[in-house]
Ligand binder design. Structure first.
Ligand SMILES: [Zn+2]
Length: 1021
């Protein structure tokens, strides 16, 4: 041993002799002509996963996981100060802002210096690292905007790099919208399919130019790099206190001196990565989950590695960041391989498709979507009333919604106690926003904005549990002369008609519209299954059983102006009143030709009277007549017991079916049809734990299916994943289309990937895709679409058929870290039951080329349902409201059918954040895939716009500035400038008209002359 050390001393020259007083040279920058190893120190801090966000932050509950984000950030500051060459990136603003608020001014000022000098880089910069499969693009924008706003305010910095290292597959929307359109020059991630990765390594195509949008092509492209393995360091280079990688021991007076070995290890790992990477630049992600809790060990070892590796000279090691790395790649002036579409689905090895999480925790996913829409609407109402510094505000709902976009939150891959924490945060945020909504509506109906509207007298109630038919506000006895006023708020920019349904206890009721005219309405008896669910869940959520039991759903069509409300008054009927539906139960007739026709309008669904099965879809208006069937089945979840090499059960992340089993109807009565003037319902009890109601509306050309699924039985010891299939005879030729994060539609071909020759080991799970908006298929004459009310997994396993996974209940963990089986239960006292899910999907068949209109415009209506507020009234007049109908827009105005207003929000500084989205892709619809324009003078009737500034998507810089800074990448085999994407022109400050090209989202800050409530005066209709 002694001899070897002496030899090393000779080889390594004087540096070793003086190691006692060692100063490491870490100043090395990029060296041309050498392989540059960019060491990127980072910590991946999940915004909740095995522990809650707060537990991770303070470092409690450590028996689950020894993780404390406070430690990371606390230890980072002195570690960076110790050597100005050291660098670090920090990503999750939900944690960073918690920490920032805890620091004194001295520390804050040091951190500002570290950010200014580039030692500490804040990248990605959203509140969390959002999921890309189950997050809706509006939520992705909101949570990114929130994080970017703080970074801008505190540090005057605009992040340049996307860092989505852990999400389980990657969305086209991430590349072009949350990447290019927020001004990112590059995007890095760790998880792509293992087959894809293997091929890309050989072709050196892990790094690509990703054009995620058909509509924007190269004008919204981004440099995208998938890591060679994951987001961790190469094997043997982990330096957390307890890690077992060999530390660099360079003190010759101590045993185990290993500089030479460690340098050789370093060079070998670098060369091996260089073999699969273009250019002389490779990135090492030096960190992983919750690392740098004692930052010194990492930096001490990296200091030494940089020093000795550079002394060795074979490769060049440097402290770096993804920004420096990106600029180095750019400086090479290379052309890069082109990537279009997306990186779904993701499998990390054989039989391990991460497609289960598209559906995992469907109740949480539904709640997130509901809250997302509520947040959008409540910010509008907050804007009308004027933001209150004292509160309540919508800020805590913003915070909760941003947190829950995290890739272990809405994805459904956290532990149960963490999922509960997410739901609790949403509820707390909701309760505060609910006050704003109630106050703002009260001000409006009383027309009291002109006097400032401090304390309106009208008290509005809302019904967040309306989905389980629980709404105390409407379950009042109207027979004694009381009246119920229902304010129906429409957050969309166009006028809209939709059916409102509320539970009531009286049979003789009537509905009057905003003019006091009685309107058509119908009463439907509440199904026993709904009442059972209502009692159990209301008790579980509210803490006590409901005091009254409603007998009916009262349904009527509300017509509401854009960005406004209408009032409806419900009272005891003196004359005719609401029509009680007729109810017919059907049993088997024995005759296969007997049919049941359902639907009071153009659309008819035909059922076989003998079996109660849906057979035909007929729309007289569009002349569509197509055979269609609907069924349920379940996949039994694989338990991993037969696996020899890798244990792989179906779990929270992974979908691994072990056989499919049809679920057939039980019982004598197979369907009950309720017929009324507004809509018909078909009630079907499929079995003891699946109930469905299919609605066909008089005024709508789609059918709506409300399903109640659960508790999924597990007494046979087998987990189950419940799907519904809609089957047509259409020849779809293996091809179907699914949305990317609720936005673009991507073509999917069964058992096929555009980027590599797929080896099919999981013919079902490997063909599942995330659905946020909907999916469709087509043949040469028709297209068949399904739209969803939350994110779910979906596929087309056989031609002509669309399949949605609605619910899953599992008994095994899939060994990806969460260490719990996804077996959700709901308890009342000591009585627990498996979770029951209630949700909706919508289906429609159109002539070929005409489906987009419905998918896009109705899709936005699904996202933004009417917001309902209730109050009791007395008196002789039909309503006490001074202003029973309201629109913030000019009376004659509404947004075009292809435009949605996705943000209207008063910021803390009084400016207004305003976003418009064109809903159609290029070529999607002959009438609506065109340039559209929005007239702000009419949209903000009677408000004066002082200044309007177009911003980047996350509103942290002017768009013009962003475009100027942007790197222009070259794509292999294409000449730049070939593709001309269409964009709206600049906004003339006098005309104030905003143009939007297909798929364009434009973000503005607007300064109004006065935001005082008095301007509302003139807006009342
Ligand atoms: Zn993660």
């Amino acid at each position: 041993m002694a001899i070897r050390v002496c030899l090393l001393i000779l080889i390594l020259s004087a540096a070793c002799v003086e190691s006692k007083y060692m100063v490491y040279n870490t100043s090395q920058g990029i060296v041309q002509g050498k392989l540059n190893v960019h060491l990127v120190p980072h910590s991946h801090d999940d915004v909740g996963w095995l522990k809650t966000i707060d537990q991770y932050y303070v470092g409690s509950n450590n028996s689950i996981q020894g993780a404390c984000v406070q430690n990371v950030l606390d230890s980072l500051v002195p570690a960076l100060l110790a050597d100005k060459n050291r660098k670090f990136i920090y990503v999750e603003q939900a944690f960073f802002q918690r920490w920032w608020r805890d620091q004194n001014e001295a520390v804050q000022s040091i951190v500002k210096q570290l950010v200014n000098s580039g030692q500490l880089e804040l990248i990605n910069g959203g509140w969390c690292m959002h999921d890309e499969a189950t997050s809706h693009y509006i939520d992705m924008i909101d949570q990114t905007t929130l994080g970017h706003r703080y970074i801008k305010e505190q540090f005057n910095v605009t992040p340049r790099i996307g860092w989505q290292i852990d999400p389980f597959g990657h969305s086209a929307v991430q590349a072009y919208l949350l990447g290019a359109e927020v001004g990112f020059d590059s995007l890095f991630f760790g998880r792509i399919d293992y087959q894809d990765r293997a091929k890309r390594k050989i072709e050196k195509s892990l790094e690509v130019i990703w054009q995620g949008s058909k509509s924007f092509g190269s004008s919204a492209q981004i440099f995208a790099g998938a890591f060679p393995e994951n987001y961790e360091p190469p094997s043997g280079f982990y330096f957390e206190v307890n890690d077992d990688s060999p530390v660099v021991q360079d003190n010759i007076n101590l045993f185990d001196y290993n500089v030479h070995e460690r340098v050789n290890d370093f060079v070998a790992a670098a060369l091996s990565q260089a073999n699969i990477t273009r250019t002389n630049h490779i990135m090492w992600t030096m960190g992983t989950d919750f690392k740098y809790q004692y930052a010194h060990t990492w930096f001490r070892n990296m200091d030494k590695l940089i020093h000795y590796v550079n002394q060795d000279g074979r490769v060049n090691a440097l402290y770096s960041t993804p920004t420096i790395y990106t600029d180095a790649k750019y400086a090479e002036h290379l052309s890069w391989p082109l990537k279009t579409d997306d990186y779904f689905p993701y499998a990390d090895r054989v039989n391990a498709y991460w497609t289960g999480y598209f559906t995992s925790r469907p109740a949480l996913k539904g709640y997130v979507r509901t809250m997302s829409a509520y947040y959008l609407a409540s910010r509008q109402l907050e804007f009308f009333k004027g933001r209150s510094e004292k509160g309540p505000t919508t800020d805590s709902l913003a915070d909760a919604l941003a947190i829950v976009q995290h890739h272990d939150a809405v994805s459904g891959t956290s532990k149960q106690h963490v999922a509960d924490d997410y739901a609790k945060r949403l509820f707390i945020g909701y309760k505060e926003a609910e006050e704003i909504v109630a106050d703002s509506l009260a001000c409006m109906v009383e027309s009291a904005f002109k006097s400032g509207c401090r304390s309106p007298v009208t008290k509005f109630q809302q019904c967040p549990l309306l989905n389980i038919s629980y709404c105390p506000a409407t379950e009042i006895d109207l027979s004694a002369g009381k009246k119920l006023a229902v304010v129906v708020y429409n957050s969309l920019g166009w006028k809209r008609e939709d059916v409102v349904r509320i539970p009531v206890i009286n049979e003789n009721v009537t509905v009057q519209d905003s003019n006091g005219q009685e309107i058509e309405s119908q009463l439907l008896p509440l199904a026993n299954v709904s009442l059972g669910m209502r009692d159990f869940y209301a008790t579980a959520y509210v803490g006590k059983p409901p005091s009254v039991t409603p007998r009916y759903w009262l349904a009527f069509t509300a017509s509401v102006p854009p960005l406004g409300y209408s009032t409806y008054v419900i009272s005891a009927a003196k004359r005719k009143g609401a029509t009680l539906v007729t109810q017919t139960s059907y049993k088997s007739t024995g005759n296969p030709n007997d049919i049941i026709e359902v639907g009071p309008g153009n659309l008819k669904l035909i059922y076989s009277a003998n079996e109660g099965k849906l057979t035909q879809y007929v729309n007289r208006r569009s002349s569509v007549n197509a055979s269609i069937g609907q069924s349920y089945s379940y996949y039994s979840s694989y338990d991993g017991s037969q696996d020899l090499e890798y244990f792989q059960a179906s779990g929270a992340y992974v979908f691994r079916p072990n056989g499919t089993f049809p679920i057939t109807s039980e019982g004598q009565i197979h369907s009950t049809v309720l017929r009324g003037p507004v809509f018909d319902e078909v009630h079907q009890r499929i079995n003891s734990w699946i109930y469905q109601i299919t609605r066909v509306y008089k005024e709508k050309n789609h059918a709506e299916v409300e399903f109640t699924v659960g508790p999924i039985p597990i007494d046979d010891g087998i987990g189950k994943e419940i799907v519904t299939q809609l089957t047509t005879a259409m020849k779809s030729n293996k091809t179907f289309y699914t949305d990317a994060s609720g936005r673009d539609f991507l073509e999917r071909v069964r058992d096929y990937r555009a980027d590599w020759n797929l080896v099919v080991d999981q013919p079902v799970a490997g063909n599942y895709y995330p659905i946020n908006l909907g999916m469709y298929l087509k043949d040469d004459s028709k297209e068949f679409s399904i739209m969803v009310d939350r994110s779910v997994g979906g596929s087309s396993i056989v031609d002509g058929q669309l399949e949605l996974m609605l619910h899953r209940r599992l008994l095994h963990d899939d060994s990806r870290g969460v260490a719990e089986a996804l077996n959700e239960t709901v308890c009342v006292l000591d009585k627990c039951a498996g979770l029951t899910i209630q949700g909706k999907y919508y289906l429609r068949i159109d002539p070929l080329g005409e489906g987009a209109k419905w998918r896009r415009s109705f899709g936005q209506e699904i996202y933004s349902p009417f917001l309902l507020a209730f109050t009791e009234q007395d008196g002789d007049k039909w309503t006490n409201f001074k202003v029973p109908v309201f629109s913030a827009m000019d009376r004659s105005y509404g947004l075009p059918d292809n435009i949605a207003m996705i943000t209207l929000e008063e910021l803390e500084d009084g400016k207004v954040l305003f976003r418009l989205a064109h809903l159609y892709e290029v070529g999607e619809d002959k009438d609506l895939s065109v340039m559209a324009s929005v007239e702000l003078k009419k949209l903000f009737a009677d408000k004066k716009i002082n200044k309007i500034t177009e911003m980047s998507l996350s509103a942290n810089q002017e768009r013009e500035e962003m475009i100027k800074k942007k790197l222009v990448w070259k794509v292999e085999g294409s000449k730049n400038g070939e593709f001309k994407s269409l964009r709206g022109g600049p906004v003339d400050p006098i005309k104030l008209v905003i143009e939007l090209a297909p798929m364009e989202i434009r973000t503005f800050t607007i300064e109004f002359t006065s935001l005082s409530a008095s301007v509302m005066k003139g807006l009342m209709l």
